[in-house]
Structure formats: structure tokens, C-alpha cells
Design a protein around this ligand. Structure first.
Ligand code: ADP
Ligand code: MG
Length: 359
């Protein structure tokens, strides 16, 4: 068994994180599928491993597969195996993950974009516990506990017809949603210290002298879009750059690309203007009344009573106009706003526009 999975090093004391750990302990002993949802870097892989090691299957196989890293054919053959001669290059029979994980747990990461054919086979294996190897006709029985993870909004994808709703129902016996770093700020320094100590040890330091006040501020003030993974990288980089066991870490470089020599980004500039200027504003829709004008020097700042409300009104207005301009087709609306579909859904959820959009 892989030692990496056995060390339990989940750090965190925030309520939202402790609630997740409680949920994990509760559901781990059941033989049911579990779906783990969370932004990138929130710890989905660690949680999946914990589910396995707290289950009765802890001493059996724990196999993982990243579904986004393979094309349809390879994914099918990695999951379900193939017979000799099933396709060009298949000289020997190959046992897939479902066969090898028999009695244990299979963790399927980044499940959202799994092709339809594989989704169909997954449905069958969950429902009946059987499948066929690629190029084979014999049904093979397997007893595997399935854990899946994604950072996408699967119900939204199912609504769009891009993910099978019946498969989602079966995978989601229960769903564990991991809080992003910005919702568990109490854990930032705790995690930072944990990663710093490990890094100091790796560098052969006798001790770790902590963070300066300024360094702590930078860590606490940042919004961590890459979550725990980003925090880990930032902290490790800061420790190794300080490179002195007896001096507290003072400099926190959040962006390793920051440099006076960094090539300028034309793409970014066009995107930024694009995202605030829908190409076809709805003829019938009202102009964004309270929206600040694009040129800051003409804007009357005495209007700004409440910065947040004003910006939110602007966003709501822009989304409503784009919806109208695209006949309430959300895919088109997202394109107009240069957002991904999921980002748009996120905004619509935030501003409660989902129910009222047709009104
Ligand atoms: N609660 C935690 N305590 C300690 N390390 C964590 C925690 N959550 C995540 N990590 C670390 O952060 C990194 C990203 O975690 P991972 O499980 O790969 O995230 P995801 O799969 O959600 O992208 C890994 O190095 C992992 O060890
Ligand atoms: Mg991951």
C-alpha cells in the first residue's frame, strides 16, 4: 500500500473544515458512493484518501485515476481493462482499475468531463456491479466503493445535458463540499506554519523561526484563489528563499511570475475590456442606470455611498442585459460576458437571478 496515503496530515480548525471532517467520519464506513466537490486545491484528494482509510476497506486496494488526463479510449481501457487484440497495440490482456480495486476503493478525480460512453459504463457498474473489458463479452463482477471528485457544478452540467443525470443521482449518495480557503481564514496561519515546518525540515534546518508580522499580514490579507495548494507553494517558496533557520520569514512573494522583465500580456488587456462591454447590448433593455461610466475621470464619485452595493448593482444590471440580449440562453449570455458557463451560474446564484430570469 502506498505510504503517502496513510499519513493523515489534514490540518485545520475552522468550523467549516471540522464539519467536513465530521461528515467524512460519518460516511466513510458506508459502502455508498461519495462525491467530493470543491475548488481546485481545496484538498479533495486528501479527503478521498481519508474516506478510504476510515472505511472497512482500509486494508484493501485504494486506486485512483484522473479522468481528465486521458482520452475516451484510454480512459475506458484504464477503468475497465481490455482483452488481448481489442485494438491495435493491445497485445496482452489488461486489467482495469475496477477489476484491480475489487474489495477496495476507487477514486475517480476530475470526473466532470468524462465522455458519454464511459458515463454509461460507470452507471452500469454502480447499478449492477458488473462490466465488460474492452473487446470482451464476458461480464466481470466487481465490488468497488466509488469516490469521485470534481471542481465543476455537476448539477448544472446535468441540466445542460453534458453529464448524465441518472449517473449523478447514483454517484451523489452523499456530497462533501470542501470550503475554499477564503471561507476558512482561521486556518491560514495554521496551514502556513505546517507547510513551513515541513519545508524547513526538508531543507535540513534545525528549526523554523516563524513569520514576521508583515508576512502574517500578507498571508492573511490575500484571497487564495488556488486555495491550500497555492498557500503551500507560497509558503514553501518563502521559506526556501529566506534560507535561514534563525530569521523569521519576512518576504511573502505571492506571485512567482512577478518580475520587471515579465513579457506584457496583450490577451489579458483585451479580455478585461471585453468582459465589461457586451457586444450587443439589448435594444430594449434599460441602460445600466447606476453603472459607473468606463472613464473614471468623468465619473461623479459623490454618487458612491456604498461601494459594494453600487458594484453589485452594476454586475446585476450587466447580467440582466446580457440575458435579454441572448434570449435568456445562458450559454450565449456567458459568451457575451466572456465568462465561463459556471462562472455565470455562480453570479446568477449569488444574485438570485436563477428563478427570476424569465420574468
Ligand atoms: N487540510 C489540509 N491540510 C494539509 N494539507 C492540505 C490540506 N488540504 C489540502 N492540502 C494540501 O494541498 C494540496 C492540494 O490538495 P489536493 O487534495 O491535491 O487538492 P484538490 O484535489 O482539491 O485540487 C496538496 O499538497 C495537499 O496535501
Ligand atoms: Mg486534485
Amino acid at each position: 500500500m502506498n505510504r503517502k496515503f496513510q499519513q493523515d496530515n489534514l490540518v485545520g480548525q475552522s468550523n467549516s473544515f471540522l464539519n467536513v471532517l465530521d461528515q467524512v467520519s460519518q460516511i466513510a464506513p458506508l459502502d455508498k458512493p461519495v462525491l467530493i466537490i470543491g475548488e481546485r486545491g481545496t484538498g479533495k484528494e486528501l479527503i478521498a484518501a481519508r474516506l478510504h482509510f476510515l472505511s472497512q476497506r482500509w486494508d484493501q486496494q485504494y486506486l485512483t485515476l484522473n479522468c481528465a488526463s486521458l482520452n475516451e479510449n484510454l480512459l475506458e481501457s484504464e477503468l475497465f481493462g481490455h482483452e488481448a487484440g481489442a485494438f491495435t497495440g493491445a497485445s496482452k490482456r489488461h486489467e482495469g482499475r475496477f477489476e484491480r480495486a475489487h474489495g477496495g476503493t476507487l477514486f475517480l478525480d476530475e470526473l466532470a468531463n468524462t465522455p458519454g460512453l464511459v458515463q454509461e459504463k460507470l452507471l452500469r457498474v454502480i447499478e449492477y456491479g458488473e462490466f465488460e473489458r474492452v473487446g470482451g463479452s464476458r461480464s466481470i463482477k466487481t465490488d468497488v466503493r466509488l469516490i469521485c471528485a470534481t471542481n465543476e457544478d455537476l448539477p448544472a452540467l446535468a441540466e445542460l445535458g453534458e453529464f448524465r443525470a441518472d449517473l449523478l443521482d447514483r454517484l451523489a449518495f452523499d456530497v462533501i463540499t470542501l470550503p475554499p480557503m477564503r471561507e476558512r481564514r482561521e486556518d491560514i496561519l495554521l496551514l502556513a506554519e505546517h507547510f513551513a515546518i515541513n519545508m524547513a525540515r526538508e531543507l535540513g534546518f534545525e528549526l523554523f523561526s516563524g513569520f514576521s508580522e508583515k508576512a502574517k499580514r500578507s498571508l492573511l490579507d490575500y484571497h487564495w484563489p488556488g486555495n491550500v495548494r497555492e498557500l503551500k507553494n507560497v509558503v514553501e517558496r518563502s521559506v526556501y528563499r529566506t534560507n535561514n533557520a534563525y530569521v523569521p520569514v519576512h518576504e511573502i512573494q505571492l506571485d512567482p511570475f512577478e518580475s520587471p522583465y515579465r513579457p506584457t500580456q496583450r490577451i489579458k488587456a483585451t479580455r478585461l475590456t471585453h468582459s465589461t462591454t457586451p457586444e450587443q447590448p439589448a435594444a430594449a433593455a434599460a441602460p445600466p442606470a447606476s453603472a459607473p461610466s468606463q472613464t473614471a475621470d468623468k465619473f461623479d464619485f459623490s454618487q458612491v455611498q456604498d461601494f459594494k452595493t453600487l458594484s453589485q448593482d452594476f454586475e446585476i444590471n450587466l447580467i440582466k442585459q446580457a440575458l435579454a440580449a441572448s434570449q435568456y440562453n445562458q450559454k450565449k449570455t456567458a459568451e457575451l460576458l466572456n465568462l465561463t458557463y459556471h462562472q455565470l451560474r455562480g453570479y446568477m446564484k449569488k444574485y438570485q437571478l436563477l428563478e427570476s430570469q424569465q420574468a
